[in-house]
Design a protein around this ligand. Structure first.
Ligand SMILES: [Fe+2]
Length: 390
């Protein structure tokens, strides 16, 4: 066996299961939080008995004061993290609690970054660029999901340039995360599908990443099998707690896997679509996934053949290459079953933007772990294939 060495990041404390939201106050108190900024959106804030109201009740019971920022947007922008920073400083806050999906957590991380590492976050894009600890951060997760509640990734959009960039640092990992599947029972089917496809992609990309290792492989395999067995049901019947529970477990496993093995061109390219057209991240990933992985097959056909098996396809008697092709077919089928559109033209993509987006995708922090090294033209061709899809 070749010599192997790697850092392995483990998220610190993660509460899981129905009702764990009630522990938010107690844990905030243990962490010494006196006045956290609650980072969320208006919809969640006003939802009766929703995640925010339950978390606030728990904080009140624990005697922890708070102030609320409810301006989280999809594809969080620099203006959002600046707004949180301003509120944090003006209100005398000492910590951050994010409540929502990936956008809330990334907004909270972004604000934390500029509070302690310098005001211009664009200068901090890249891998392990942060010198200072963020303010204490708790993440209460309500989608399954980006995994952002336990990963070191903060994805922010520069609204001036429409460029989405990633700050990847161990300092971004929330001190505590909460995954309570009862909070996900009312997530609408389209959002369940989009976030679920993000988790699916986040289990597939680390499985073929150049940074993979046996620990991340195990996490990816289990995540993919859980998603295969529960995403369709979670979309079809949102109130199935068993399906919701399995999807949360899957998104946590995928998050832990890509926290260590990283991602690939699907995410590098999806960030361009998301930044350019303000489209939902999970949908962008799902639209690109089969076309990027078709391109990647020749780099590691045996891994794709394994993926076909993991996804439950019958590969008996097939050549490695034919089994690998079956994996791509299974990815398309999953996407179709949960109602993802077929082509990136459905989210407003325009071929005249492909060149610039390809250039930027190759600079994205996720590009470096892709198993096949592409040229700008290769990336343009993948965008085109995802555009021509019918
Ligand atoms: Fe993602």
């Amino acid at each position: 066996m070749a010599e192997r060495s790697y850092d392995f990041l483990m998220p610190s404390v993660n509460f899981f299961g129905p009702g764990v939201i009630h522990k938010v106050g107690e844990r905030a108190k243990i962490l010494g939080m006196k006045k956290p900024v609650i980072v969320t959106d208006k919809f969640l804030e006003t939802m009766k008995d929703g995640a925010v109201q339950q978390a606030l009740q728990s904080l009140t019971e624990a005697g922890v004061d708070y102030v609320i920022y409810n301006g989280v947007e999809p594809n969080p922008k620099i203006r959002n993290i600046q707004e949180v920073k301003k509120l944090y400083l003006q209100s005398g806050a000492d910590s951050i609690i994010t409540i929502g999906g990936g956008s809330a957590h990334d907004t909270g991380k972004g604000a934390g970054i500029i509070l302690t590492n310098g005001d211009d976050i664009t200068k901090l894009a890249g891998i392990e660029t942060l010198d200072n600890a963020l303010p204490p951060l708790i993440a209460v997760n309500t989608t399954a999901g980006t995994g952002s509640e336990l990963t070191r990734h903060a994805v922010i959009t520069n609204e001036q340039t429409h460029l989405k960039f990633v700050v990847v640092s161990w300092r971004n990992i929330p001190l505590v995360s909460f995954n309570d599947p009862t909070l996900m029972l009312d997530v609408p089917p389209a959002l369940t599908a989009a976030t679920g496809m993000d988790a699916f992609d986040q289990a597939i990309e680390p499985y073929v990443s150049v940074d993979r290792n046996p620990i991340t492989d195990a996490q990816c395999i289990q995540a993919i099998q859980l998603i295969e067995g529960s995403l369709r049901e979670a979309v079809a019947n949102g109130h199935n707690l068993d399906a919701r529970t399995k999807m949360v477990e899957a998104e946590m496993l995928a998050g832990m896997a890509f926290n260590n093995a990283n991602l690939g061109y699907v995410h590098a390219m999806a960030h361009q679509l998301g930044g350019q057209y303000d489209a939902p991240h999970g949908v962008c990933c799902a639209l690109l996934l089969p076309y990027v992985e078709q391109y990647n097959i020749i780099a590691c056909p045996e891994r794709f053949a394994e993926l076909a098996d993991i996804m439950g396809e019958n590969t008996a008697g097939l050549s490695t290459r034919d089994a690998a092709e079956l994996a791509i077919k299974a990815m398309k089928q999953m996407s179709e079953d949960v109602g993802i559109p077929k082509s990136i033209k459905d989210i407003g993509a325009k071929p005249e933007d492909f060149e610039l987006m390809a250039e930027n995708a190759l600079k994205d922090g996720n590009a470096f772990s892709n198993p096949r090294k592409g040229t700008k033209q290769d990336i343009i061709d993948i965008f085109q294939a995802a555009y021509d899809a019918e």
